[in-house]
Design a protein around this ligand. Structure first.
Ligand code: C2O
Length: 571
């Protein structure tokens, strides 16, 4: 007995010691981001492109869990900008979250702002992107969070790691594309290419000499940190002749499983291991659209990069000038998407919030505005002379234009938003059926939903069949949440509650709400602030598919939003 006590005492000392080391190791990482206009040549044309530090994609930030990041963003471009650290919880540091007019006013041309935040308990792959108009089309980069120093992955350490950023490219200025569609009320032009780490790859004009090469060696394991940074498209991703072991998503670990294809909605990340276990040669990695909405035009091109065995004999490289192409699912292969997303599980049993305080039900979907009487028909180029719209619970979200919601809330400025976002649909209907045309037109509003600190929230996200049903990647700022279940049709509390996974549901920051279906998520509202929730298809957020959770301060010392930084951009 005494020996046992001694051992547990020693173990305790060791644990304290290693915790102290981990704390002492947490560091502060300083970066300068200069937002500037850079010439970028793609698809045979040169564009004046807004980038960070002249890089496209922008710089990869590599940190350890526990580190503090201090990033000074100087705006030398001619557009307003903000930077969002997608998936970072921003505990008490909502001022550093980034969405314009939600947590800050934009950094004006010539201005600057320093984002300061600490990574607390997150490990894996996240990313950063502009959160102002459609600037994120070219202003984005990877944010890689390694385990605390001295700690390891819950899987064998890979020999190599590579961020794989899937992007979307317009052979035009993306800001012009969205301005044009906002003027006409019609759908914005579809993109001209997808990209892997900024390059379209061999299947596009004028692109093959710049195709990205990812090296691998026979026998080694390689961690691919796949990020969907595309603006408006869910994407399938696959590597010819290789299978993936999925080990994480959205900077949360997963119970490993194998698959030959993954699907990511914009905003989502997935960490996969691949092994160099194939004959040394060159293999394509490829991404192309998962398009669940029917009838809508979409970019059906395919982007590729090359997985290249370093040990491939030199002549063979020449001979195999055509790498092997993977088989990607059909564009509308929802069954593959469902099978993939239902394989995601937390590694162990988790503590899912129970005894729910807030039982919320939000519809998410499209809509159409009738043409306002003072608009010429050139401004109503949507179906049958309408303008496209989008909404949650029939509210089409309008950003404030001269103040941020967080500032207005903290400083008691009236008239910026209202607190009457409905917790349930104002009218109940057959959401996924044949919806009466009288229910297609939402109302405009800057409405927030207030949450008490510490409330346990269940949110049913219900897709609608208004205008076009499709899969919506819904992202919440400032939170990770458990995805308890997803399904098709209308959520039915009587029969679907039994399907909730309360044991090992995956944790994410972005959930794909199935086409004409629903998702049930839960989170604990333990982070005070103003948190945007929106569809991560930028075309939909532009049309109003967003709302804000306003989470109040708690009473505890560490339960309130920190004071705003002195250099917060003026409104
Ligand atoms: Cu990737 Cu509102 O964010």
């Amino acid at each position: 007995m005494e020996a046992l006590n001694k051992i547990s005492f020693l173990l305790g000392v060791l644990l304290l010691f290693s915790m102290a080391v981990a704390l002492a190791n947490a560091k502060t990482c300083y970066h300068d981001f200069v937002v500037q206009t850079t010439k970028v040549n793609r698809l045979c044309n040169t564009h004046n492109t807004i980038t960070v530090n002249g890089q496209f994609p922008g710089p990869t930030l590599e940190v350890n869990n526990g580190d503090t990041l201090v990033i000074n963003v100087a705006n030398r471009a001619h557009e307003n900008v903000t930077i969002h650290w997608h998936g970072i919880r921003q505990l008490r540091t909502g001022w550093a979250d980034g969405p314009e007019f939600v947590t800050q006013c934009p950094i004006r041309p010539g201005g600057s702002y320093t984002y300061r935040f600490t990574i607390q308990g997150q490990e894996g792959t996240l990313w950063w992107h502009a959160h102002s108009s459609w600037l994120r089309a070219t202003v984005y980069g990877a944010l890689v969070i390694h385990p605390k120093e001295g700690a390891s992955y819950p899987f064998p350490k890979p020999k190599r790691e590579t961020p794989i950023l899937l992007g979307e490219w317009w052979d035009a200025n993306p800001l012009d594309v969205v301005r044009e569609s906002t003027r006409t009320g019609g759908a914005p032009n579809i993109s001209d290419a997808y990209t892997i780490n900024g390059q379209p790859g061999d299947l596009y004009n004028c692109s093959s000499k710049d195709t990205v090469i990812v090296p691998i060696d026979l026998g080694e394991t390689h961690l691919l940190r796949v990020i969907n940074a595309a603006l408006n498209q869910e994407l399938f991703f696959s590597v010819a002749n290789h299978t993936f072991t999925v080990v994480g998503a959205d900077a949360s670990y997963l119970k490993p499983f194998t698959t030959s294809v993954i699907m990511l909605g914009p905003g989502q990340t997935t960490d996969v291991l691949i092994s160099g276990n194939q004959p040394p040669a060159r293999y394509y990695m490829a991404a192309r659209a998962y398009q669940s909405g029917q009838g809508a035009p979409f970019d059906n091109t395919t982007t590729t990069a090359i997985l290249e065995y370093k040990s491939a004999p030199c002549p063979a490289k020449g001979i195999l000038s055509n790498p092997v192409m993977p088989a990607l699912p059909a564009f509308n292969d929802t069954a593959t998407v469902t099978a993939f997303t239902q394989s995601l599980r937390s590694p162990n049993k988790v503590e899912v919030p129970s005894d729910i305080d807030e039982n919320l039900f939000f519809t998410v979907g499209l809509g159409l505005f009738n043409c306002p009487s003072n608009f010429p028909s050139s401004r109503c180029q949507g179906p049958n002379g309408t303008r496209f719209a989008s909404s949650m619970n029939n509210v089409s979200f309008v950003l404030p234009s001269n103040f941020s919601i967080l500032q207005a809330h903290r400083q008691g400025v009236p008239g910026v938003f209202t607190t009457d976002f409905p917790g349930n649909p104002p009218v109940q209907f057959d959401y996924t059926g044949n919806v009466s045309r009288s229910l297609w037109q939402p109302i405009l509003g800057t409405k927030v939903y207030k949450l008490k600190y510490g409330s346990r929230v269940q949110l049913v996200l219900q897709g609608t069949n208004i205008q076009t049903a499709e899969n919506h990647p819904i992202h919440i700022h400032g939170y990770d949440f458990y995805i308890l279940a997803t399904g098709f049709g209308n959520f039915n509390p009587q029969k679907d509650t039994a399907k909730l996974n309360l044991v090992d549901p995956p944790m994410r920051n972005t959930v794909g709400v199935p086409v004409n279906g629903w998702a049930v998520i839960r989170f604990l509202a333990d982070n005070p602030g103003a948190w945007l929730m929106h569809c991560h298809l930028d075309v939909h957020i532009t049309w109003g598919l967003a709302m804000v959770f306003l989470v109040e301060d708690g009473v505890g010392e560490l339960q309130s939003v920190e004071p705003p930084p002195a250099d917060l951009p003026p409104c």
